[in-house]
Design a protein. Structure first.
Length: 733
């Protein structure tokens, strides 16, 4: 813990100072990673800074980032980036959405030691930058990846071959990720202990066969074993370097090398000691590794396999060992995945049962041998790549068809999953087939019942809340709000979605709704059909039972959902007679499109003493129409009024009349941190402040939770209770 604390302090001290955010800065350094294509035709890469070209002031006092995460936009952006560069950049300190559950980009940046993120405004090659061993390594690997991707351009499975051969996943398309995620086989394209273990086994087999030809007097058995161990370690290390030497790869390398040491040195001790020693070494070499999900999955799988197979009374046949391993890992990693907000698709068990042997015994050996042959005989590329393409097409055919299988979702609680993770390995160790059979049947029925598989439709009830609860999620430059009252659930907008880049529904809504126990969405209101408000609708409909859909642009939403949506999309004026607490559902005029078509929702709690107004992206004209249409709302003064600022706080909204007549006690902005649109606008912020409103912005507060009790409204900012490496801002910048 002391070592980890010291490392964390070192990283926090080299974050970009707030005084340099948004300014043009010049830096020199080298590209420390393989450039990858990003969204909006950008190029993204890591950049290691060797010099900051800044004048006197805070920037010259040291403590500046040594590693940047950069995006390069424009016609000049290219994947063939020179290694050593002088850049003009605009940076901001590490920042990401902060919600109670789900992926946290800010934690990922801290884990990978990025002191700032930003965009490139100008770039020029700078050969004066010193290029040491690390710089030369990144040059070599970038050249290797570039050469391989050019060779693979003509084959359909080129992205898969590149990810397995060199650990480069930049060419994988969103369709690839969808299939891999649906089948639980993402680990196959992430260089891990499986791949390095296969390298070690293959290198050991080949080296052993070569060494037996040497006369014993040249190399005694003891030295043969030592030489064999060294060669296997060198082969594993070489592949780890070729695969990028990333954090997961380094962790897998430590585990594989230590495992080889345990085997070749014939240590007479428990196998669990090797796992514990590997754990200790990983924590010493990388004390912040527990922030990686892969850390828990790697050591969880290693531990359960070690305990299971070391506990067997006699060796099992290969097919039974494969089944045992798959069952044990599937059962043991399920609670870990659930705790980490990751899904465990049931079809993944069957997919991995086929894919792991196929990859281990056929595809990876073929890839390793082809890589060697391609280096020695480049003129055989067409034959080798064609053969690999056929093998990968067969694997992809299996995974694609497995992804199309629709099995019922079983979502047991953590307690049931942890208990199953304890029972399954014990049942596998016991040499009684009947015990294993009855254990399997009992667990299957029990987990199915716990997951609600046998529940009637009425069983899909949501857990009730005592007081009305509102969550304004942190979805960046977008909007999504959850309203809960008793057991009823209303979702207003679903945040943005950029295919293959970011999905607010996947990263924020689904994990947080699952964590709250939500099974059914009574009403889904989409203010209007712009992507930053409706991007997550398809995924939300896939994951939850949605009773009613309402939108200010029903025709556009129908086109977005397809020709025959299962749930009809109703117009906004149908929102006042729902089971959820909507007292007013209004829009400017039927047939309006765009921002002014937004469905404005007013909800009242605790007998009208507290109001919540959700206004979408309406402009000043629509605000005026709303105020004129509902004078009773203006004259009725609630004890507490909460208003979601229209259009993320844009200067085209929140007119003086809107602010003065509503006179909100609390105003919420849903916006992206230092987004190019500049929301919320300073004039709008000043206008609300002059009106006496208290202001919160999801960009600086994270998700905001409001609890409407009879005694008042409690406000909780998620960012304020986040771990120490998550930056804590003021309520509104």
């Amino acid at each position: 813990m002391g070592w980890a604390t010291w490392q964390a302090e070192e990283r926090l001290e080299t974050r970009l100072p707030p005084s340099l955010e948004g300014k043009k800065l010049e830096v020199s350094g080298y590209v420390c990673g393989v450039p990858e294509p990003g969204s909006f035709q950008s190029v993204r890469f890591a950049f290691c800074v060797t010099r900051w070209h800044t004048g006197p002031g805070p920037a010259s006092d040291g403590g500046l980032p040594e590693r940047l995460r950069l995006a390069w936009y424009g016609d000049e952006a290219s994947l063939d980036v020179p290694s050593r560069l002088r850049l003009t950049v605009v940076l901001k300190k590490p920042h990401g959405a902060v919600n109670p559950r789900g992926f946290r980009y800010e934690s990922w940046l801290f884990r990978h030691n990025y002191g700032a993120t930003g965009t490139i405004r100008a770039a020029a090659e700078n050969r004066s930058v010193a290029c040491g061993l690390e710089c030369q390594y990144y040059q070599w690997r970038a050249a290797a990846v570039s050469g391989l991707t050019r060779r693979l351009q003509s084959v359909e499975t080129g992205p898969l071959i590149a990810s397995l051969m060199l650990g480069y996943r930049g060419e994988l398309e969103p369709a690839h990720w969808q299939v891999l995620k649906a089948t639980g086989t993402i680990h196959l394209v992430a260089i891990s202990g499986l791949h390095l273990g296969l390298v070690a086994i293959g290198a050991g087999f080949l080296c052993r066969r070569l060494l037996v030809w040497l006369p014993e007097r040249w190399l005694p058995p003891a030295r043969q074993r030592l030489l064999l161990f060294v060669l296997v370690c060198l082969a594993s290390f070489g592949y780890a370097l070729a695969a990028g030497f990333s954090v997961p790869t380094r962790r897998a390398l430590v585990m594989v090398v230590l495992g080889c040491c345990w085997v070749f040195l014939a240590r007479r001790s428990q196998a669990a000691d090797a796992v514990l020693l590997a754990l200790s070494l990983v924590l010493i070499l990388d004390p912040l590794s527990p922030l990686d999900q892969g850390f828990w999955l790697s050591f969880g799988a290693a531990t359960v396999l070690t305990l299971t197979f070391s506990g067997l009374l006699r060796p099992a046949p290969w097919w039974r060992s494969l089944m045992f391993a798959q069952v044990a890992v599937f059962a043991t990693l399920w609670p870990i995945l659930a705790f980490l907000d990751q899904s465990q698709p049931l079809v993944g068990f069957v997919a991995n049962l086929i894919a792991i042997p196929l990859v281990s015994l056929l595809i990876m050996p073929a890839i390793f041998l082809s890589a060697l042959a391609m280096m020695l005989a480049p003129w055989l590329d067409w034959l080798l790549i064609g053969g690999l393409d056929l093998l990968l097409q067969g694997l992809w055919w299996v995974l694609s068809h497995a992804a199309e299988i629709r099995l019922p979702d079983i979502v047991p609680g953590l307690a049931e999953l942890f208990l199953a993770a304890l029972i399954v390995p014990m049942a596998l160790i016991l040499p009684v087939r009947s015990v294993r059979l009855w254990t399997a049947l009992t667990l299957l029925l029990w987990l199915s019942a716990a997951g609600g598989l046998f529940d009637a439709p009425a069983g899909q009830a949501n857990p009730p809340v005592v007081d009305a609860e509102v969550w304004v999620w942190d979805v960046g430059q977008g909007l999504s709000v959850l309203v809960r009252q008793a057991d009823r659930v209303l979702v207003y907008d679903t945040g943005p979605e950029l295919e293959g880049v970011y999905s607010a529904a996947e990263s924020v809504l689904v994990p947080n709704l699952r964590a709250l126990g939500v099974q059914r969405i009574d009403t889904l209101i989409i203010s209007h059909a712009d992507n930053d408000h409706s991007g997550g609708v398809p995924l939300l409909l896939e994951q939850f039972d949605v009773q009613t859909i309402i939108s200010g642009e029903p025709a556009r939403m129908v086109r977005r959902l397809g020709p025959d949506p299962e749930t009809a999309v109703r117009p906004c004026d149908d929102a006042a007679d729902l089971a959820v607490p909507v007292t007013i559902g209004w829009q400017l005029a039927e047939g309006e499109t765009g921002n002014d078509a937004s469905c404005v929702i007013v909800m009242s709690f605790n007998e009208g003493r507290q109001d919540l107004i959700l206004s979408g992206d309406i402009t000043r004209e629509t605000e005026q129409g709303f105020l004129q249409r509902h004078p009773a709302l203006m004259s009725r003064r609630s004890n507490y009024r909460v208003v979601l600022a229209p259009h993320h706080g844009s200067k085209t909204s929140s007119s003086p009349a809107w602010v003065s007549q509503l006179s909100p006690d609390l105003v919420l902005f849903s916006a992206g941190y230092r987004h190019r649109y500049g929301h919320p606008h300073p004039d709008v912020v000043a206008r609300y402040r002059e009106g006496g409103s208290r202001l919160f912005n999801t960009a600086t507060s994270g998700a905001v939770r409001l609890v409407f009790s009879k005694t008042g409204v409690d406000i909780i900012e998620t960012r304020q209770s986040a771990p120490f490496w998550i930056d804590r801002h003021r309520a509104v910048d």
